[in-house]
Ligand binder design. Structure first.
Ligand code: SF4
Length: 183
């Protein structure tokens, strides 16, 4: 099986999810969010086709990582190839984050995307909305995007957010801290 990628695997990222992560930049995205930071990844014929087994072999050689991050582009547009890579990452003891412009509620209605979700630990969902852009957010570009605990969400059949990332990064510097902030 092949996957269309925008770039080589990028190890040692600390901004694409929690911990030290290897990022897989998938090629192809249908969302066309105004202000997208990665417009070169939109073309479904761009980038290069790479054998999934090659990616998995590469992952085996990269040391001292907490997990992988499926990003792009939109990984949910290549669910079968991403599923194989996510499975292999879990077998290697790596956790799996995934960024997508689709919402969780849409993805669970699509059998292939749902199968991939079952191999994803954390999903950052929703389009990037420039009018909701903020640098104060953990691991996401705009306030509408959600950091979702996928396993709990599937189990409880509702969207469960990762509580520690609901607040702004510098929240305590700006305001008196409330108990919860709903998005
Ligand atoms: S979903 Fe992500 S990659 Fe796709 S257009 Fe929006 S910001 Fe860009």
């Amino acid at each position: 099986m092949e996957i269309r990628l925008a770039a080589d695997l990028q190890p040692d990222s600390i901004v694409d999810g929690e911990g030290i992560r290897t990022v897989l930049w998938t090629q192809g995205c249908p969302h066309a969010c105004p202000g997208c930071h990665n417009p070169d990844t939109h073309d479904f014929n761009g980038g290069a086709l790479v054998d999934v087994d090659y990616i998995i072999d590469e992952l085996k050689t990269i040391k001292n990582q907490d997990g992988i991050t499926l990003s792009g582009g939109d990984p949910m547009c290549q669910p079968e190839a991403c599923l194989e890579i996510a499975r292999a990452a879990h077998e290697l003891g790596l956790n799996v984050w995934c960024y997508t412009g689709f919402t969780y509620e849409k993805l669970i209605l699509n059998p292939k995307a749902k199968k991939l979700l079952e191999e994803v630990d954390i999903l950052v969902d929703g389009k990037f909305k420039i009018e909701e852009k903020s640098f104060d957010l953990y691991f996401r570009g705009s306030r509408n995007q959600r950091i979702i605990d996928v396993k709990k969400s599937l189990e409880e059949e509702r969207v469960v957010l990762v509580e520690k990332y609901i607040e702004d990064k510098n929240y305590s510097n700006k305001y008196e801290k409330p108990r919860y902030m709903f998005i």
